[in-house]
Design a protein around this ligand. Structure first.
Ligand code: TRP
Length: 366
């Protein structure tokens, strides 16, 4: 979710991407056939408010998997905030805000376990044995970590930035998740996770291939197209080009009204030559579940003004119920904290059980 630079796209070969996509589609079909075989873990860093790119690209997909009957675990990855930030920022506020976004979007705490890293000590302890299973060279090769280091604009590599993919393996393996819905940038971390799972069993685990300690989790690659900010650049809060889930309908209208377009009156879907107009069409298309070309044809010569009105209307329509739920949720912070505490308790139960198995496998069960 954080990185999608060219460097990264270049580093994942087309062939391996095609394999992952094909495997993803198989898994999706298997989920439809029997959701009870799957446990999904997913996570996000609490670094700011969620915007429509997050919602349309990932969160909506998690809710869909939950609703299809997959046992869902959603991590608020608070320890990952300090991988590439100097401080924690207004962390508590952001964790509660992210939780409100999750629930407003439809994650249901009776079916989804929502928790934070920092509240689950046994999860974090898995980092120790897992670190013994990776080499420094492997860690330095991770293209997502490299891209994140570059994006810090000259900061030194920290021990945590280098090793957080191993910590992320603990996120996934502590609850024995077998599917992880992710964007392309997270594929290196998933590959590292599978290696750790496999090496753990070979080196420490019961040498019984029928009963490995850890599953080999698969990526469920989200095929959602990349949504840009309203100025055509990467969507980011600091650029003021985002549409956040927490905005009001009027604020949304104002941001869309300011969106960059081009000089051509006739509206057409042409992502290469008309990136800004096409991005607005894409947003309308994802919210209306219709092809962007069809929406472009309807607007035709009515120009950018009409396009913006269509985008505003379809976004506000989609977000209306979500915003109403969010307003109720933030009005009752005690309830939000209760939800988080219950999720943390469930995550601790699971993490304690997994750590016991790990200590048993490693003869550390004194
Ligand atoms: N690294 C992910 C991101 O930046 C967040 C994350 C943390 C995650 N732990 C995870 C994603 C486990 C999937 C599984 O978006």
């Amino acid at each position: 979710m954080t990185t999608s630079g060219n460097q990264l796209e270049d580093s994942i070969s087309d062939a391996s991407l095609a394999r992952t996509q094909a495997r993803s589609r198989q898994i999706d079909a298997a989920i439809t056939a029997d959701p009870s075989r799957f446990r999904m873990l997913t996570g996000a860093r609490p670094t700011g408010s969620l915007h429509i790119g997050h919602y349309l690209g990932t969160l909506r997909g998690w809710v869909d998997l939950q609703d299809r009957g997959v046992d869902t675990w959603a991590l608020i990855a608070d320890y990952q905030v300090i991988t590439d930030h100097d401080g924690v920022g207004p962390l508590k506020e952001r964790v509660i805000g992210l939780l409100a976004d999750y629930l407003a979007a439809g994650l249901d705490p009776t079916r989804t376990t929502i928790f934070t890293h920092s509240a689950v000590p046994a999860l974090n302890q898995l980092l120790l044995p897992f670190l013994s299973l990776v080499t420094e060279a492997e860690l330095h090769r991770n293209p997502t970590v490299k891209a994140e280091l570059e994006a810090t604009g000259g900061r030194a590599m920290t021990g945590l930035l280098l090793t957080y993919p191993v910590h992320q393996a603990a996120d996934i393996l502590f609850c024995k998740a077998n599917v992880v819905p992710v964007g392309q940038d997270q594929l290196p971390h998933l590959e590292q996770t599978r290696l750790i799972a496999q090496r753990f069993d070979t080196r420490y685990g019961r040498a019984d291939p029928e009963h490995p300690v850890f599953p080999r989790p698969d990526a469920l690659l989200s095929e959602a197209p990349h949504i840009l900010g309203t100025d055509g650049a990467k969507m980011s809060k600091s650029r003021g080009n985002t549409i956040e889930l927490r905005m009001t309908a009027d604020q949304t209208a104002a941001v869309v009204r300011k969106a960059k377009t081009d000089g051509e009156r006739h509206i057409s879907y042409d992502p290469v030559n008309r990136p800004e107009v096409s991005n607005l069409l894409l947003i309308a298309s994802l919210t209306q579940h219709r092809a962007p070309e069809e929406i472009a044809d309807e607007i035709g010569d009515q120009g950018a003004g009409r396009l913006k009105a269509v985008v505003t209307e379809s976004l506000n329509e989609m977000l209306r119920p979500l915003r109403a739920r969010r307003a109720d949720l933030v009005a009752d912070p005690g309830h939000l904290l209760d939800v988080l505490h219950a999720g943390n308790a469930a995550a601790n139960d699971q993490a304690d059980r997994t750590l016991s198995e790990v200590r048993f496998a490693m003869q550390m069960d004194y």
